[in-house]
Design a protein around this ligand. Structure first.
Ligand SMILES: [Cu+2]
Length: 156
């Protein structure tokens, strides 16, 4: 209860954090799912978030899907021959007591074959379901915004 009040107070006070939102499922917390607003004809859309595992067991993100896209893939960025390129990965491991950051130039969700672009403008949100091996399914709302949120730099 006290934690909730403190959290609420913190949210009210933190005017610099627009639209911060977080979801919990079992030991997992998924913080601030977001997507960058893109030109209306962009063929693909990326979604980002931070997964924190507060549990003593590792988990795995097996797949994702969204009603706005025909296809949703898990991607990573890799350095190869001096170039950055992205490639699809089958699953993403979430270590015990660990954090995995989905961010530009890192892991990301890639939405292809877009069905509904009406929610892809700044201030809107669209649903995204994450399917974990142990924690099960979580549906989050991805906030579309003009700029990346302030996030701690991810480790190289
Ligand atoms: Cu990608």
């Amino acid at each position: 209860m006290l934690k909730k009040i403190l959290l609420l107070t913190a949210l009210l006070l933190s005017t610099c954090v627009v639209d911060a939102h977080e979801y919990e499922k079992g030991p997992l917390a998924i913080a601030h799912p977001w997507s960058m607003e893109l030109p209306p004809n962009a063929p693909t859309v990326a979604a980002y978030f931070v997964i924190k595992n507060g549990g003593a067991d590792a988990d795995r993100l097996l797949s994702v899907d969204s009603p706005i896209a025909g296809t949703a893939q898990l991607h990573e960025h890799v350095h190869q021959d001096g170039l950055m390129k992205m490639q699809q990965v089958d699953t993403v491991s979430i270590p015990a007591n660990g954090t995995v950051t989905f961010a530009p130039m890192a892991y990301h969700v890639m939405l292809l074959d877009l069905k509904d672009r009406s929610k892809l403008t700044t201030g809107q949100r669209f649903p995204l379901s994450l399917h974990f091996e142990k924690a099960g399914d979580v549906t989050v709302e991805v906030a579309v915004q003009k700029e990346a949120p302030d996030m701690p730099a991810h480790a190289h």
